[in-house]
Design a protein around this ligand. Structure first.
Ligand code: ADP
Ligand code: MG
Length: 415
């Protein structure tokens, strides 16, 4: 308590505020704050926010939204102090960041920020974050401190997280996302990045090997068709390594019937992969197969990629009906709109909204069109990080990797 009782926050309509260098740089945040909090929020500069928060009673406000971009990264100390003051008043902190490095994000989350949302804000993310904050749940900071990204490198089981990517229609960028997400996760930091492997389960037309310039191997076929004799050693032997950081199980050299593989086989492979790696990224075939359910159940997150066209929309509906009719966990699906309209394209935003409404889904991730460099990089067997590091598509995937890693650290503790 500051001992300053002049301000009667209970009478104050302010339940939240934004804190930024200039809130006009974050106009989507303004919109979303209005949508979530109505009139009950204000806006403060970094400097004013500290004095203001200090005089509040504990819990005198629900949350602050600390909005930052790369320019603010120069003074992380200031941002950390703002977070500290908010925490000392028991006020939650939602960090909203545009083009900020994962290292800075990590530092601020460790400094006590409760939630992180990339900017431009994905649809509904602010509302979701506020709802999460309102639930009495373990907070991010404890998780981040208890689980530094570097798991011990001994032979012990890692119990990695499975993240699947399923293209709702061919060419919607499933493999592009899987490969680059895997790479960004594997290189999140210099010395404590998670261990990552990618499994190409698009067994017939898988292209992970092409994207990562790896050979398809006969060993994979043997492995898949004889899982009874597969063990940790033979699994690991079948993996190839891209640029020393990313392990990959490529699809077999020859086309095999998808239903030759049984759900049990896939379970065995997933279990072995999970015990060796912190993240297991699975590139799925577009077709629904017997073992789609196996992967869906094993996944923490199941990304479904689509584009703004009829083909994607119809397949999304079919997928939704198929899963729901089998009572499968449809809610695990995270829809990713690839080649999404630019954020400045207001017409495009309306079209995205309409697509969501007509399908009854939420699009949680939007990936921009990265143009020719994306195709060229993939054709040369290289990740975006290598061939087009500044590409807008790469930037979005990097942000996604950082936020997924934060999220998994949170849920690990909550579990
Ligand atoms: N956002 C994007 N911007 C530019 N090119 C893209 C983008 N997403 C995918 N591509 C390109 O489109 C093609 C199909 O992508 P791919 O990831 O193979 O789709 P899928 O695995 O869903 O069939 C590839 O040549 C890829 O490089
Ligand atoms: Mg593919």
């Amino acid at each position: 308590m500051s001992g300053n009782d002049d301000i009667h926050v209970d009478d104050s309509p302010l339940r939240a505020c934004t804190i930024s260098r200039d809130v006009q740089n974050f106009d989507l945040l303004i919109e979303d704050m209005e949508a979530v909090m109505g009139e009950a929020w204000g806006d403060l500069s970094f400097a004013d926010s500290m004095a203001f928060l200090e005089q509040l009673e504990p819990k005198g406000m629900e949350f602050v939204a600390l909005a930052i971009d790369y320019e603010d990264e120069e003074d992380l100390g200031l941002l950390e102090r703002v977070i500290q003051v908010a925490k000392s008043r028991e006020i939650k902190v939602i960090l909203i960041a545009e083009d900020v490095t994962p290292a800075s994000l990590h530092q601020l989350l460790r400094g006590g920020a409760d939630e992180f949302i990339p900017y431009p804000l994905p649809e509904n993310e602010l509302r979701n974050a506020v709802e999460r904050l309102r639930k009495p749940a373990p907070i991010a900071t404890i998780a981040a401190q208890a689980h530094p990204a570097s798991a011990p490198h001994s032979g012990e089981s890692r119990n990695g997280r499975v993240i699947a990517v399923h293209g709702l229609a061919g060419g919607t960028g499933a493999t592009t996302l899987a490969v680059n997400l895997a790479w960004e996760l594997a290189t999140l930091s210099k010395d404590s990045a998670p261990k990552v492997c990618i499994l190409d389960l698009d067994l017939q037309f898988g292209s992970v090997s092409t994207f990562l310039d790896l050979q398809r191997r006969d060993a994979v076929f043997e492995l898949l068709t004889d899982t009874e004799h597969m063990d940790d050693e033979s699994f690991y032997q079948a993996l190839l390594v891209h640029e020393e950081e990313l392990h990959a199980l490529t699809s077999p050299a020859d086309v095999i019937p998808l239903d030759m593989i049984r759900p049990e086989d896939i379970s065995v492979i997933l279990d072995l992969a999970k015990s060796r790696f912190d993240y297991v990224i699975v590139d799925m075939p577009t077709t629904l197969v017997q073992w789609t359910e196996t992967v869906l159940n094993a996944s923490q997150i199941y990304f479904a990629t689509l584009e703004m066209d009829m083909r994607s929309a119809q397949n999304a509906l079919r997928m939704k009906r198929a899963l729901q009719s089998e009572n499968l966990p449809f809610e695990k699906l995270r829809f990713v709109l690839n080649r999404a309209p630019k954020f400045t394209d207001l017409n495009g935003k309306t079209r995205v909204k309409r697509l969501e409404e007509s399908l009854g889904i939420t699009i949680e991730v939007q990936l921009p069109d990265g143009g020719k460099p994306v195709v060229n990089g993939a054709d040369h067997g290289q990740t975006l990080a290598k061939t087009a590091p500044k590409n807008p598509l790469r930037k979005e995937i990097t942000k996604l990797a950082a936020s997924l890693n934060e999220l998994s650290q949170q849920t690990e503790t909550a579990a």
